[in-house]
Design a protein around this ligand. Structure first.
Ligand SMILES: Cc1cc2nc3c(=O)[nH]c(=O)nc-3n(C[C@H](O)[C@H](O)[C@H](O)COP(=O)(O)OP(=O)(O)OC[C@H]3O[C@@H](n4cnc5c(N)ncnc54)[C@H](O)[C@@H]3O)c2cc1C
Length: 400
């Protein structure tokens, strides 16, 4: 039987990043993926690396560290992950949103990150296809885009240079613990590997891996749908989101001036024009189990919302659409942590709509925890122990 210093389960964004950083630190590492690299949510997503869609505090802090890491990685990697620091804009439809946006910008700026309010004139100069009746918004230089699929492949290719072993089409079916409840081996449908450190980086499927060691991980799939337009001149020069997206994400009672269709499907605008010239338009946040089917009504709602902000889209063709499921953790923060009650078991999952942005920092933090180094910053708020001895329903009340 093969022995590894650490085994990472899940060849998505968190798993490939974790495997890369561990291998780079000189550990003998195996990455196990039941299908192909990036076959999970990593290939059903868009690629915004946003700091600014996070809550002030640890959320913004980890976003900031992650985007800084992306900047370093693109210099180190010979593999092109299409990282682009194109900036990011929130747009506001109402005066009430403008007030909330100004308050948010002040809190984020107080943490030392650049974000400022822009008026309607500057907003339309930056994005000439935006509807002219919008009130203004927020602007930050720091955010940008990557190609999520290529991020996973990049981590794998670069990790291989440090000796990373990758086993695709290996489904993990069990984890063996010794009498002290410590990790001893990882069992797949093809072979068993010996190790005393295992990382659960299985996104929406992380609860099934948790069950194998007796943990009840509070992650649920949260569906999103994206539309892709035909190629054209650049429609959105930066990543653009409606500020209502952020408000709707964190405040369940926040109401926008939208149609019943948009409201019912929890649709908010986000838009990016990719390197290839296609524009990706989203999105929605829905609890529908593991179903990623695209529903026609939701497509209509997304198109309606997108045209409200970018009227030019009305005359463009939608060439395809796809659905994906975000790993939603009940308190809106990922779990990036060791598990005290199962020594050797680590979790890197639950990143919901931020898993592309946060992949580098997640991988680095877990690698530092495993090697016993000081972590990049105090990550206590991301720890598994936050779910111990608490009423999970109360924790969930903070998010929607
Ligand atoms: C529509 C949509 C838009 C999004 N937009 C953005 C965005 O712009 N920016 C952003 O930061 N985030 C975005 N996200 C969120 C982001 O895509 C996710 O947070 C991220 O993909 C989660 O990464 P992960 O590594 O945790 O999971 P995944 O990428 O899903 O990886 C988990 C892997 O584990 C594997 N696996 C599962 N079970 C087993 C097993 N038993 N054995 C072996 N392998 C197993 C799976 O096959 C999968 O490959 C979006 C998501 C959606 C759905």
């Amino acid at each position: 039987m093969k022995y590894y210093d650490a085994i990472v389960i899940g060849g998505g964004l968190q798993g490939t990043s974790t495997a890369y950083f561990l291998a780079k630190k000189g550990l003998r590492v195996a990455l196990l993926e039941r299908d192909d690299i990036a076959s999970g949510t990593a290939s059903h997503t868009d690629g915004a690396t946003l700091i600014s869609d996070k809550q002030p505090g640890i959320d913004v802090l980890q976003g900031y560290h992650s985007v800084e890491l992306y900047r370093k990685l693109v210099k180190e990697f010979s593999y092109d992950i299409e990282f682009e620091s194109c900036g990011f804009m929130y747009v506001c439809e109402t005066d009430q949103e403008m007030e909330a946006a100004a308050d948010y910008a002040a809190k984020v700026s107080a943490q030392g990150f650049d974000m400022r309010v822009i008026d309607q004139k500057e907003m339309c100069e930056r994005e000439r296809y935006l509807a002219k009746d919008l009130k203004g918004g927020l602007w930050t230089e720091s955010d940008g885009l990557v190609n999520p699929y290529k991020v996973c492949l990049g981590f794998v290719e670069e990790g291989r240079k440090y000796g990373l072993d990758v086993y695709t089409h290996h489904e993990v079916t069990g984890i063996r613990l010794n009498k002290k409840n410590q990790v001893e081996a990882v069992i797949t449908d093809r072979e068993t590997f010996l190790t005393d450190k295992v990382v659960n980086a299985c996104g929406v499927w992380a609860p099934a891996i948790g069950n194998m060691v007796g943990l009840d991980i509070p992650i649920e799939p949260r569906k999103g749908i994206l539309l892709v337009t035909e190629k054209s001149e650049t429609i959105a020069h930066t990543e653009v989101l409606e500020f209502g997206y952020w408000l709707a994400k964190f405040f369940a009672d926040f109401k926008r001036p939208v149609s019943e269709l948009v409201e019912r499907h929890n649709v908010c605008l986000n838009i990016e024009t990719t390197h290839s010239g296609n524009t990706i338009v989203g999105g929605c946040r829905l609890f529908r189990g593991y179903d990623i089917k695209v529903e026609y009504e939701i497509m209509q709602a997304i198109a309606e919302r997108a045209i409200r902000f970018f009227p030019i889209l009305k005359d463009m063709n939608c060439i395809r659409s796809f659905g994906g499921i975000r790993p939603f953790c009940l308190d809106h923060l990922p779990i990036v942590s060791g598990v005290e009650e199962v020594p050797g078991f680590y979790i890197a999952a639950g990143h919901e709509g931020d898993g592309v942005a946060l992949a580098p920092i997640t991988g680095l933090l877990i690698s530092q925890m495993i090697t016993g180094e000081k972590t990049e910053f105090d990550a206590t708020e991301l720890a598994w122990s936050r779910f111990k001895n608490v009423d999970r329903k109360k924790l969930a009340a903070h998010g929607n």
